[in-house]
Ligand binder design. Structure first.
Ligand code: SAM
Ligand code: SF4
Length: 445
């Protein structure tokens, strides 16, 4: 028997869906009488892990081993997230320090499982009941200016490199009304921007009448006080005409689309079991740009997928140039146990992968800089979301998700008018836009 924890700390890794899950676990533990702390002295540490690449999964175990409180004792450790889902009871064998294992669909049971640990057990729950957790979580009360809201979970696409269909289960969508109510509560709690989340968010389909993401966005846009809507991550196959039309018609929907392509080579896309070709992806983007000409495109790339040749990789560089990404994430292929690609022949040598990743990232950085430079001198509205490092400096996001550094006495959550003055690959500097009679403030980036 140990004491029930009084304080807790949640450490989330990986995607935005984990950030959302971390917030919900925090609200749940607080509703059960525990206090959140950022200190290393927490009685309970929840490691909300990511399994997408080997490095991310290994990190979970090295973190478990390192957890110690100031007095040298170890906290109660909950292994949550996708590593917990993938490893289940194995995780307890791999590390004696793991006190409980809870999967992403079962964390509504966390308080009960913590009590079981205090009573001397080591519970494991990796059940995947369709969406049951949402009904068992406390209502949203407080929010920062920019909030995440999970609307869809799981994936049926089975890209050959990816663990998500195994760790997050089949595609399921939350009921429309529940999402609108949660969005309303987030806005009442302080949110001015909501990002709708899903592993394949644009596959969202309400269980009752099949309403899609486009309709959900149109409904949420009616909420007074909500200024900005975003969504991520999308699959090219689910970019419907209705969703594309919403980009041209819903003012609150920001002109930004994260649409991963993964590779520019049709041969590799086929081996990845992506259902698009390079050409069909470009045609989809043409339609999106016709609906919303100022839209910024972002993407994900994998280099070194088994069998990738120099020519395949050059096709990837070609699609990068054809699209002109505003921003992007790029990764070296990481074989994941149990996925079809893990047993494919033609492994790409590590040094070749390294070199390709560097070339790709250089090219992507050039495009980001070009995109950012094209916004210099524009009058933009930014949503302030954090403090900068310099005194008086704040950072806010443009409609295109660029970070702008500006000197201002505005507070987190304010929408501020700025003129952008200079650009780096990952940020912009700006000055406050003032009436002509007032002097300009200094540039701060
Ligand atoms: N559903 C999204 C889509 O269709 O593109 C992606 C979600 S996944 C969680 C995020 C990104 O991780 C993927 O787009 C892919 O680039 C990367 N990724 C997934 N599995 C990977 C692997 N085995 N090795 C390297 N990168 C991987
Ligand atoms: Fe993974 Fe995305 Fe492919 Fe689903 S669509 S298997 S989440 S990469």
């Amino acid at each position: 028997m140990t004491d029930l924890p009084l304080t807790f700390r949640i450490k989330s890794f990986g995607c935005q869906m984990n950030v959302y899950d971390g917030e919900r676990m925090s609200e749940l533990l607080a509703a059960n009488g525990m206090t959140a702390t950022a200190s290393d002295d927490a009685d309970l540490v929840v490691l909300n892990t990511c399994h997408i690449r080997e490095k991310a999964a290994d990190r979970a175990y090295s973190d478990v081993g390192r957890l110690k409180r100031k007095d040298g004792s170890r906290p109660m450790v909950a292994l949550a997230g996708c590593v917990a889902q993938a490893e289940g009871a194995e995780a307890k064998k791999r590390s004696q320090s793991v006190d409980l294992v809870v999967g992403p669909q079962a964390y509504h049971r966390l308080p009960e499982m913590v009590a079981q640990v205090a009573a001397g057990q080591r519970p494991v729950d990796t059940d995947m009941p369709a969406i049951a957790k949402f009904g068992a979580l406390p209502p949203r009360r407080r929010s920062g200016p920019s909030a995440f809201l999970t609307v869809q979970e799981g994936c049926d696409k089975f890209c050959t490199y990816c663990v998500v269909p195994y760790t997050r289960g089949a595609e399921i969508s939350r009921p429309f009304g529940d999402i609108v109510a949660e969005a309303q509560a987030l806005v009442e709690g302080g949110a001015r921007e909501i990002t709708l989340l899903g592993q394949n968010v644009n596959a969202y389909a309400d269980g009752q009448d099949g309403s899609g993401l486009d309709l959900l966005i149109r409904f949420i846009a009616r909420i007074d006080g909500l200024e900005r809507i975003r969504y991520t991550t999308s699959h090219p196959a689910d970019m419907t005409g209705a969703l594309i039309a919403a980009h041209g018609e819903v003012d609150k929907l920001m002109p930004y689309l994260h649409l991963p392509v993964q590779s520019g080579s049709d041969r590799i896309l086929k081996a990845m079991n992506r259902s698009h070709s390079a050409d069909s992806y470009l045609r989809t983007l043409e339609k999106v740009r016709a609906a919303r000409p100022d839209i910024a495109i972002s993407g994900d790339f994998i280099v070194g997928f088994p069998g990738e040749t120099e020519k395949d990789f050059e096709d990837t560089l070609a699609i990068v140039d054809a699209v002109g990404y505003a921003s992007a994430y790029s990764f070296k292929y990481s074989p994941r146990p149990g996925t079809p690609a893990a047993s494919m022949e033609g492994a790409v040598e590590a040094h070749v992968m390294d070199e390709r990743l560097q070339r790709l990232q250089r090219r992507l950085a050039e495009h980001s800089l070009t995109f950012n430079r094209a916004t210099i001198g524009k009058d933009l509205t930014i949503l302030i979301d954090r403090k900068g490092r310099l005194p008086g400096q704040m950072i806010g996001k443009t409609q295109w998700l660029q970070s702008v550094f500006v000197e201002t006495d505005a507070k987190i959550g304010d929408m501020v008018e700025v003129t952008t003055t200079h650009a780096l690959p990952n940020s912009l500097g700006g000055i406050l836009r003032r009436p002509a009679s007032q002097s300009d403030s200094k540039v701060a980036a």
